[in-house]
Design a protein around this ligand. Structure first.
Ligand SMILES: CCCCCCCCCCCCCCCC(=O)SCCNC(=O)CCNC(=O)[C@H](O)C(C)(C)COP(=O)(O)OP(=O)(O)OC[C@H]1O[C@@H](n2cnc3c(N)ncnc32)[C@H](O)[C@@H]1OP(=O)(O)O
Length: 207
């Protein structure tokens, strides 16, 4: 059983407030993005045959239905649900944190079929996407506004699709506005990938 430990920096609280939209249930958005993840995994694996035209029509209907609900970035929900393990987004491989502190983060990661590169291995670009997400948790736990300056990734072994993997990240060193971090993704005892990153705290007034 995973224990979910979340730090709650002030920035997070204001983010939650902006995610409140009239009539949207607390769990509704979570269910929608979860359904979307399942759908994307199936899009990647299915050969829909004759169903493709009907599916396209349905998809267009969904787009038309969502269009009137468009909001500007300051009121977005996608990726801003900090109360949810995946932040209510489908852009990154799933990361379920079990520990987040100001110096480290650890959790379970899973690359769905959507993130397949080839031959059972996750797409090489999806791996740093996960690392950026996990490192972002640590940086945000410090209450910082910071951006990734670099993120170097070493691929040690293939990252398998559809399995629970372990991901760990930690702050190695802080120097002024610079945070040097490392991260590791493993499948049991096998290390799949490692990363070294620099996050730079933004200057006051930086966009
Ligand atoms: C907690 C509760 C749970 C909640 C759950 C949280 C979930 C949370 C998930 C969010 C997950 C998303 C996390 C994604 C985070 C991004 O992906 S951010 C988007 C990608 N990154 C960018 O777009 C950054 C683009 N670049 C920039 O904006 C600017 O270059 C930077 C990085 C802000 C730096 O600009 P600057 O502030 O003007 O800094 P500058 O004065 O040039 O440099 C400062 C120092 O850094 C060094 N530096 C800067 N760039 C570099 C570089 N590339 N290489 C080496 N050194 C560098 C400089 O040499 C300088 O060093 P010193 O002289 O001080 O020793």
């Amino acid at each position: 059983m995973l224990a979910l430990f979340r730090v709650d920096p002030p920035a997070t609280r204001s983010r939650e407030a902006k995610c409140q939209h009239a009539g949207m249930s607390v769990d509704g958005y979570r269910a929608m993005t979860s359904a979307l993840r399942d759908f994307l995994d199936l899009v990647a694996t299915a050969g829909p045959g004759a169903d493709v035209d009907a599916l396209t029509t349905d998809l267009r209907r969904w787009t038309d239905r969502l269009a009137p609900h468009r909001v500007d970035e300051s009121r977005r929900v996608f990726g801003e649900r900090f109360d949810l393990p995946d932040r209510g987004q489908t852009m990154t491989p799933l990361f379920v944190p079990r520990l987040v502190t100001t110096v480290r983060a650890e959790g379970v990661a899973r690359f769905g079929e959507y993130f397949l590169g080839s031959n059972g291995a996750a797409h090489g670009g999806a791996v740093p996407l996960l690392f950026d997400e996990v490192l972002g948790h640590v940086v945000l736990a410090r209450g910082l506004r910071a951006r990734t300056a670099y993120l170097h990734t070493e691929y040690r072994a293939i990252t398998p699709i559809g399995r629970d993997l372990t991901v760990r990240a930690r702050v190695d060193r802080v120097s002024g506005r610079k945070l040097f971090l490392t991260a590791e993704l493993s499948d049991g005892d096998a290390v799949c990938a490692e990363s070294e990153a620099l996050f730079v705290e933004l200057r006051d007034g930086a966009p």
